[in-house]
Design a protein around this ligand. Structure first.
Ligand SMILES: [Zn+2]
Ligand SMILES: [Zn+2]
Length: 295
């Protein structure tokens, strides 16, 4: 994977890409990514709506690695299964979430994927403080079971829908204060989510203030990647609806500031914008981003 990365950098191509479908098997993702001009990708490593997934065979793993090489794809992130809730209160859900989370770590490590992105969790009525404690406890448990993990456990900022935790940077910081080894963790900033959560990155002042706040609470280096999405909903709506770049309430100027921010020049930016089965909309969104780069 390091090879792909350096190649991306040498060509002064930005590590931008999209979430790519694994329909038919993980090994099919790299060629799909190549078709839309992605350089870095995020994938699910199994069906994202099931607790358990089929193991990835050695043949599949090798094919995945070869295909990444062939299409010059940096398989940067895997996204965990949507059923996992590390802040759940139901004992059965916690048990299943823990097991599924370990499986996600193993799959990411098997495929040499540097970041495992996960939603911190939803407290389902128990309250934010208890939820944060449960998340940290479950993460500490997972780390105790996988002391030699390679993938960075990457908390995603949320839009704050329902009882989801992590829509304020303070909440992410609180989780990281309670984990035994914060060096194992990173953050994925989703532009749609933080905007819906109330961070006004669509204005220059709002943009600067948002990342100043992030830096003082967590340190800007904790940002390992961006989910780069516009928002169908307004600032502070706390509703998570992704829109094509420049077509939503965030607007093109927010993305102009982001892609020209020197601090994030080498940070992977992954689209999770709406698309049809062929994913060709990614081509347009990547072109919009490219067009915003000031040389
Ligand atoms: Zn996201
Ligand atoms: Zn979202």
């Amino acid at each position: 994977m390091e090879k792909s990365n350096s190649k991306v950098n040498n060509q002064t191509l930005r590590p931008w890409g999209a979430h790519i479908s694994i329909a038919g098997g993980v090994e099919n993702a790299p060629s799909r990514a190549g078709k839309v001009g992605a350089h870095s990708i995020q994938i699910f490593t199994k069906n994202n709506n099931r607790w358990e997934g089929k193991p990835i065979s050695e043949k599949q793993r090798q094919r995945f690695v070869d295909e990444c090489e062939k299409h010059d794809i940096w398989a940067f992130a895997s996204h965990d299964c949507y059923l996992i809730n590390l802040a759940a209160t139901d004992k059965e859900i916690i048990k299943k979430s823990r097991a599924a989370f370990l499986d996600e770590i193993d799959r990411a490590d098997l495929l040499d994927i540097p970041c495992l992105v996960f939603h911190p969790g939803s407290h389902v009525g128990a309250g934010v403080e208890k939820g944060i404690k449960s998340i940290a406890d479950n993460l500490n448990w997972a780390l105790s079971k996988r002391q030699d993990l390679k993938t960075t456990l990457t908390l995603e900022t949320t839009a704050g829908q329902g009882t989801s935790i992590g829509y304020r940077f303070e909440e992410i910081a609180s989780v990281l204060e309670l984990v035994d080894d914060p060096t194992r963790f990173g953050v994925c900033v989703d532009t749609c989510h933080i905007f819906a959560a109330g961070y006004g990155i669509n204005t220059r002042n709002g943009y600067q203030e948002t990342f100043r706040e992030f830096d003082s609470l967590l340190g800007i280096d904790k940002i390992k990647m961006f989910h780069i999405n516009d928002s169908k909903k307004e600032l502070g709506s706390r509703v998570d609806r992704h829109e094509h770049i420049g077509k939503g309430h965030l607007g093109v100027e927010a993305f102009r500031m982001l892609v020209n921010d020197k601090r994030f020049k080498e940070t992977p930016m992954i689209l999770e914008t709406p698309k049809g089965p062929d994913g060709l909309e990614d081509i347009d969104n990547l072109a919009v981003l490219q067009g915003l780069v000031e040389v």
